[in-house]
Design a protein around this ligand. Structure first.
Ligand code: SF4
Ligand code: MG
Length: 326
């Protein structure tokens, strides 16, 4: 089957001035040659530390940001070649949910007006139909029709994220890109919102891209998970494959920090030192080599490619890809 979304060689380079006199032009490789596919009805988690390019990737998929290079195909349409008008239509079917719903909800508008807006933008329905849809969505996300008259500040963080989700659903999208949708919420509220998202996925046959910095959060919601480091995808596998048998040293390190509920299960503990290097001056070869306990000579020279090493499990690391076996 064809994937709903296909991403090929996606890159985003931001120009910067380097050096004391800023004579030398350079660029930050925020996203550097990322490829993946998303199938209808699944959830792809994308995980990594802040600055790894996961949000930039999400924004490029909707062309909120134009890629420097690469191709994005959604539902048979090449979005990276789409005109403004074609892109406007495509945005009915791809919606985003943001980390901070408060920042994305106009404080001077009622919830009813905020939810109605996407319908007006896309010319969907008359006033009566739009109102009906607003009430319907409020109920679906666990709020009530009387909330339509209230303003964003009258809601808790969890309720505001429900409103953000309702807004994303107004145009009956196929794909939701959720960028850290629960990161700003208390742990108890997080699971409520995650449960809601899972229920909605089943009921409305949604496909999710779920972006997070915490592997613990994406574990239960994701069918597959991609791990990003300094603008590259370094590992991509089924959720079980990744958690049971992580291959990339960076993934192993991220998982070392996730508590294991089963006392009989012990995980290889890998502690990485140091901070993420500056993306404006990334290390040569494997960009993880400055922090990797398994670094070999080849790692500083050759960029490892993301290669499938087991069925459905890809990794970009010289420990696995045979570069060393010559
Ligand atoms: Fe570590 Fe080398 Fe693998 Fe990079 S390629 S993660 S430096 S072993
Ligand atoms: Mg981000």
């Amino acid at each position: 089957t064809e994937p709903l979304l296909k991403v090929e060689g996606l890159k985003k380079y931001f120009p910067i001035k380097k050096g004391l006199l800023a004579r030398e032009a350079g660029h930050v490789k925020a996203v550097d040659d990322v490829s993946f596919e998303v199938y209808e009805g699944e959830t792809l988690g994308i995980v990594g530390e802040s600055g790894c390019g996961k949000s930039t990737t999400g924004r490029m998929l909707m062309r909120l940001l134009d890629p420097t290079e690469g191709k994005v195909t959604f539902n048979g349409r090449v979005l990276t070649e789409a005109s403004k008008e074609e892109m406007r239509k495509a945005r009915r079917e791809i919606q985003m949910v943001f980390q901070d719903p408060y920042a994305s909800l106009n404080p001077r508008h009622t919830i009813g007006k905020i939810l109605e807006e996407p319908l007006i933008v896309h010319g969907i329905g008359d006033a009566k139909e739009r109102k009906k849809k607003v009430y319907e969505l409020l109920e679906i996300v666990g709020l009530s029709s009387y909330h339509a008259k209230r303003y964003p500040h009258q809601f808790s963080g969890g309720q505001r994220q429900r409103i953000g989700i309702a807004r994303a659903l107004m145009t009956n999208p196929k794909l939701i890109i959720a960028d850290e949708p629960v990161s700003a919420l208390d742990v108890s509220i997080q699971s409520q919102v995650l449960n809601l998202m899972q229920d909605l996925q089943k009921d409305l046959k949604l496909t999710y891209i779920f972006i997070a910095h915490d592997l613990g959060v994406v574990r239960h919601i994701s069918d597959r998970v991609g791990v990003m480091y300094l603008g590259k995808m370094v590992e991509l596998a089924s959720s079980e494959g990744l958690y049971d048998k992580p291959l990339h040293p960076y993934t192993k390190a991220l998982l070392s920090a996730v508590p294991v509920p089963d006392p009989n299960f012990t995980r290889e503990q890998i502690i990485i030192k140091g901070d993420i290097p500056s993306p404006s001056n990334p290390p040569s070869g494997c960009t993880f080599h400055t922090r990797c306990p398994f670094k070999m000579d080849v790692c500083t020279q050759v960029v490892p490619k993301l290669e499938e090493v087991e069925s459905g499990h890809s990794v970009a690391c010289h420990l696995y890809n045979g570069e060393m076996q010559q």
